[in-house]
Write a protein that binds this ligand. Structure first.
Ligand SMILES: [Ca+2]
Ligand SMILES: [Ca+2]
Length: 494
């Protein structure tokens, strides 16, 4: 027995001398040596039985999502580490680590966001085509299974909308989502109808011990008697459309009664606020942007703007729904699209090198005078980098993670609540701070962090660690977003 202990300690000693990268291989062979020495092995387990050898699943490799890159997990010192007189940005910094995630290579473009708006439009039209008030063609909405049994109704996306030769009823259903501008006579999409409804199950709240249905599970301290009469109050978001077509959003506080208490429902009008161009810049003639930016094909590949944090979240939910609708059984491993947390965003922008900008140099242009990003050089010389407002997504070089426009172009929504201390006050593993603000909450509780600065900001504000915020229902001509998706795996090489 002494011999065995001596042998094992020798192994540990020898391990301390090998390099980190080879530990895994060494351990593997050491493990099997010990295994054979002690008579343990899969063969032995089979014949002797009784040994725990583990139940393995079949490895599933997640295909790269369209337009996304994998940001490998890693650590970064968040915040402005260097204090210097040029930037005046010295502030506390902190080491944090984040798990790997997929991230959109570029900001979400007008074209991609328009796909969302058109999907919402088409879902409304399909709903109406199936409605008896518009002829009631039941093939647009499936309400029973192949055996004639009633099922949860869903829209039939396989049947095309008869855009070209509609019947009279179909024509009315299609026309119902358009309005005619009373001044110009132009037929246009009725933006006020473009409402998207989605549900999000709050796994984190449901997992918290204090929220358990069984009072005995709420506290593990056996010194504290279980209070079977304790009422756990749950806050749940819900929404409905009133008789006038208005969206009513409510946060219900009620005693916990079941799993549905963690299901939050949202209805969001998804049409971008095109008037942001005028409202953001008093005493400027931005009427053309208001009329063309979201609709004109020339802006297709520019980042969408005028979308609130609430609309960006709705886009993420729709993108998930759209993806899962086209997937098979592997869908159960797919994590939902979401906004990046503030920490993920900074890690992705600055890379493992923790650069000040998404590029290596501390300057925003090369020695030859070529700019690295779209922002506001000097004091109001917007066009010096080639663009007056936004530029097409991805025209400057990507950072080492393969991500474009992580500085400038449009600032980007994150999932994280804006607080003064930000990431410094959160966990150091996958830090995030989320808050579902109720409608009646003070406006100051509705701040969400934005990152990266934009086409209207000077160089100081497009640094990777610079933080800013907007209110979650505010829509700006200089704020857009990109999505992320948690990576369903543990290690993957590029
Ligand atoms: Ca510019
Ligand atoms: Ca950006």
């Amino acid at each position: 027995m002494m011999k065995k202990i001596f042998f094992l300690s020798m192994i540990v000693l020898s391990l301390t001398t090998v390099s980190c990268s080879s530990i895994r291989g060494k351990l593997g062979s050491v493990g099997s040596k010990i295994g054979s020495m002690l008579g343990i092995g899969s063969k032995m387990a089979k014949t002797t039985g009784g040994e725990v050898t583990g139940v393995s699943g079949t490895p599933v490799s997640e295909p790269t999502p369209y337009g996304m890159v994998l940001v490998q997990r890693g650590s970064i010192k968040v915040g402005h580490e260097k204090s210097d007189s040029l930037w005046g940005t010295g502030a506390p910094s902190r080491d944090i680590s984040v798990e790997a995630f997929w991230m959109d290579e570029t900001e979400v473009s007008n074209a991609k966001y328009r796909q969302f708006v058109f999907w919402v439009r088409d879902s409304i039209i399909r709903e109406r085509l199936a409605d008896p008030a518009y002829g009631g063609d039941e093939t647009y909405k499936i309400t029973e299974d192949e055996y004639g049994e009633p099922i949860k109704p869903y829209l039939n996306w396989r049947k095309p909308i008869p855009w070209k030769k509609p019947s009279e009823d179909e024509q009315r259903a299609i026309e119902s989502v358009y309005i005619t501008n009373p001044i110009t006579g132009e037929k246009m999409l009725d933006a006020s109808q473009m409402n998207y409804r989605y549900e999000i199950y709050d796994y984190t709240q449901a997992a918290l011990r204090k929220n358990r249905l069984n009072p005995e599970e709420r506290n593990r301290n056996t010194d504290i008697p279980v209070n079977y009469d304790a009422v756990v109050t749950i806050s749940k978001d819900t929404a409905y459309v009133d008789d006038d077509g208005g969206i009513i959003r409510e946060t219900i506080n009620r005693p916990l009664s079941g799993p549905y208490d963690f299901l939050n429902t949202y209805i969001v009008n998804v049409y971008p606020d095109t008037t942001c161009w005028v409202n953001d810049f008093p005493n400027a003639n931005n009427e053309t942007y208001m009329q063309l930016y979201f609709s004109h094909p020339n802006y297709d590949n520019h980042p969408v703007v005028g979308v609130s944090w609430e609309q960006a979240n709705a886009f993420c939910a729709w993108r998930t729904e759209y993806l899962l609708a086209g997937m098979g059984p592997q869908a159960k491993w797919i994590q939902r699209y979401r906004l990046p947390s503030e920490a993920e965003w900074e890690f992705a922008a600055r890379g493992k090198e923790g650069n000040r900008f998404p590029w290596e140099q501390d300057d925003t242009k090369s020695d030859a005078g070529c700019y690295y990003a779209n922002y506001k050089p000097d004091e109001g010389n917007y066009t010096k980098d080639g663009s007056l407002i936004t530029s097409r997504c991805g025209i400057f070089s990507a950072n080492t993670n393969g991500l474009y426009d992580m500085a400038g172009n449009v600032a980007e929504w994150t999932s994280t609540v804006y607080t003064e201390a930000g990431v410094l006050q959160m966990s150091d593993i996958n830090p995030d701070l989320q808050y579902r603000a109720a409608k009646e909450d003070p406006y100051s509780l509705k701040k969400k962090t934005t990152r990266g600065g934009s086409w209207k900001d000077p160089a100081k504000y497009i640094q990777g660690a610079t933080r800013s915020y907007e209110y979650q229902n505010e829509s700006r001509s200089f704020v857009g977003f990109r999505c992320v998706r948690s990576y369903a795996g543990t290690d993957r090489k590029k």
